[in-house]
Design a protein around this ligand. Structure first.
Ligand code: URA
Length: 235
C-alpha cells in the first residue's frame, strides 16, 4: 500500500470512529478489513480507559503500527504510578522486548546507577518510552510508528500526573514538545508540558557511546531533583 493510500485509509477509519462506528466496510480485501477492525477497536478501547492499569490492559494487543509483528512483548512502563518524576525514553531494545519492562538492558543499568548517584530511587519514579514495541535492530522509530503510539504516552502522563517530566534523548524530547529542535537546543531549559515542568537530557545509550555526556546528564538530573524537592517543600 502506498503512503498516500495508507494516509487516506487511516483518515477514513478515523472518520468512522468519529462518527461512532467501531467497524468499517472494506469490500476489496478481507485482510485490510480485519486489520482496520482491530485498529478501530483499539482506538476506541484505549480512549475509554479510566486509569493506568486499564490503559495497560487495553493496549496489550495493540496493532496500531506494524512493530507488533516483530516484537516479543509490549513494553508499557514500570514504576510508581503516583510518581513525582517520570522519565520518557525512546523505544524498547532487545532486553526490554524480552522482559516487557523499560530500561532493563545496558542503558537501563546505567540509568539506575545515575539515579542512585544523584539520590533518586528507581522505585519512586515512573519510566516509559515513546514507542511501546521494539523497532527492528533498534533503529529510530518512524513517524508512522510514533504517531499511533503517542496517545498512549499522553494518557500515561495524564494518569500519573508527575511534578516533573524528563525526556531521555532527542526523540522523546521532540515527541513530547512537538518540535523538530535538536537535543542541544532542548537541553538546559525548562519547558511546559500541559502545566508540567519538562526537561530534556541525553539518552543513557548516548552516554554508553560517549562518556563525555555523563557529567552534563548528571548535572541535569541534579537540577531535576532540586526542582522536585522545591516543589514538594512548597506544598
Ligand atoms: N532505550 C530506550 O529508549 N528505552 C528502553 O526501554 C531501553 C533502551
Amino acid at each position: 500500500m502506498s503512503q498516500k493510500t495508507k494516509g487516506e485509509f487511516e483518515k477514513y477509519i478515523q472518520q468512522q470512529i468519529d462518527l461512532g462506528y467501531n467497524e468499517v466496510y472494506m469490500p476489496f480485501d478481507s485482510r485490510p478489513k480485519a486489520q482496520a477492525k482491530v485498529r478501530a477497536l483499539s482506538i476506541e478501547r484505549f480512549s475509554e480507559s479510566k486509569n493506568l492499569a486499564q490503559l495497560e490492559k487495553t493496549i496489550a494487543d495493540c496493532q496500531r503500527c506494524t512493530l507488533w509483528k516483530g516484537a516479543n512483548k509490549l513494553v508499557f512502563g514500570t514504576g510508581n504510578s503516583n510518581a513525582d518524576i517520570m522519565f520518557v525514553g525512546e523505544a524498547p531494545g532487545a532486553d526490554e522486548d524480552m522482559q516487557g519492562k523499560p530500561f532493563v538492558g545496558r542503558a537501563g543499568k546505567l540509568l539506575d546507577k545515575m539515579l542512585v548517584d544523584v539520590g533518586i530511587s528507581r522505585d519512586e519514579v515512573y519510566i516509559t518510552n515513546v514507542i511501546k514495541h521494539r523497532p527492528p535492530g533498534n533503529r529510530d522509530p518512524l513517524p508512522d510508528e510514533v504517531e499511533p503510539c503517542e496517545p498512549y504516552l499522553h494518557m500515561q502522563i495524564k494518569y500519573i500526573k508527575p511534578k516533573v517530566l524528563c525526556a531521555l534523548g532527542r526523540i522523546a524530547g521532540q515527541t513530547l514538545l512537538q518540535t523538530k529542535m535538536n537535543l542541544g537546543d532542548m537541553r538546559k531549559r525548562w519547558f511546559d508540558y500541559q502545566g508540567i515542568k519538562l526537561m530534556v537530557t541525553y539518552h543513557p545509550a548516548a552516554i554508553l557511546r560517549s562518556m563525555g555526556y555523563m557529567e552534563p546528564t548528571m548535572e541535569d538530573l541534579r537540577k531535576l531533583l532540586a526542582e522536585v524537592t522545591k516543589m514538594r517543600e512548597a506544598e
